[in-house]
Design a protein around this ligand. Structure first.
Ligand code: RRO
Length: 342
């Protein structure tokens, strides 16, 4: 059953009685709503706006082996219904991350998905081994799709063989009880092929999607708005792309756990991902203007799923994939009301 997840605003009593639990491989979560990597550092800042232990998990900013200052500024630009970032994997390096960020998250009692990034397969494996020896987290998200690298060859998720090489190496270097999620890029011809290659290489799940490569030119300066020239586009502008990716991957991999993300602002947006095939969702860009959004999205998702007749959210996963019934009168055999847009 749902727990009270909202600290400010909506009262717990307003959350309907629906089982919101989900699974990421062997790991059970009380809520399917996670933060999105890169939008909340280690979750510490968000904890003043809502209880980070109440959502499914905190997904940390992708961490590399060494400290890194990232790309030159400006590193962010507004776009219609979204934003462009060119952070360039800024971070403290794995050892400071373990000592400060992961230590805080564990002490706080949050469930944690650690996101890792590397420039080579060996770096990914090294990170996985350091984390294996340290412990204290629930799942790994392997970021093979950061768009903000100078060498596009390092966007491992753009090729099935390089994606599989990293995921296989990480899987072998990680404790078997820890699920390994591959984070994929939408900037490919056939995301299903990449997803299959990752699954065959040992991925326990998939995170869909990273930002899509974009660009803004400032018409006053007549120069690129970002110092890094190109950046990753996020926010509602990319939601239809993300939903399409979740749908396509679910068609080729009916059972693999999927974390869906891309422009989720509210419960209806999250529900769209669930219907497309996501077992969980990550809430990202919206936290820049509503830092309590993950808790709010949990409550709104519970409300919309209950209003459609579901008593367990997991029964709604992939619901949009079922065959259309020509005789359908708006309610299925279980008496579940169909979404208004079907
Ligand atoms: O740090 C970044 O610039 C960044 C990363 Br790691 C990523 O995965 N996606 C993105 O849009 N930016």
């Amino acid at each position: 059953m749902t727990r009270a997840v909202v600290r400010h605003g909506q009262s717990a009593a307003a959350i309907p009685d629906i089982d919101m639990s989900t699974r990421l491989g062997d790991v059970g979560l009380p809520s399917p709503v996670l933060t999105a990597s890169g939008c909340a550092a280690s979750g510490r800042e968000l904890d003043q706006f809502f209880d980070v232990t109440s959502i499914g998990a905190v997904v940390t900013k992708s961490i590399m082996l060494e400290p890194r200052s990232g790309r030159a500024t400006p590193r962010m630009a507004e776009t219609p219904s979204g934003m462009l970032n060119s952070i360039g994997l800024q971070g403290p390096g794995i050892h400071a991350f373990l000592e400060k960020d992961l230590a805080w998250l564990r002490e706080r009692g949050a469930r944690v998905v650690v996101s890792i990034a590397g420039g080579t397969t060996q770096e990914f494996e090294e990170l996985a081994k350091i984390l294996r020896d340290h412990g204290g987290f629930d799942a790994l998200e392997v970021n093979i799709s950061c768009p903000n690298v100078a060498d596009r060859g390092q966007v491992f998720a753009c090729r099935a063989d390089s994606a599989a090489g990293v995921i296989g190496g990480v899987r072998r270097s990680t404790d078997p009880s820890i699920p390994v999620f591959a984070k994929l890029s939408p900037d490919v011809t056939d995301i299903g092929t990449i997803a299959l290659a990752c699954e065959r290489a040992g991925a326990d799940g998939l995170s869909l999607i990273n930002t899509t490569l974009g660009m803004v030119i400032d018409v006053d300066t007549m120069r690129p708005a970002l110092a890094g020239v190109t950046g990753g586009l996020s926010g509602p502008a990319i939601r239809p792309i993300a939903v399409r990716c979740v749908w396509q991957v679910r068609e080729v991999l009916p059972d693999i756990p999927i974390i869906g993300m891309g422009g989720i602002r509210n419960g209806a947006d999250a529900f769209e991902f669930i219907l497309a095939g996501a077992d969980a969702v990550s809430v990202g860009t919206v936290v820049f203007h509503d830092p309590s959004a993950p808790a709010r999205v949990h409550a709104e998702l519970a409300t919309i799923a209950a209003s459609r007749g579901f008593t367990r959210l997991r029964d709604a996963v992939s619901y949009a994939h079922r065959e259309p019934d020509p005789e359908d009168d708006g309610a299925d055999d279980d008496g579940l009301a169909l979404p208004e847009w079907v």
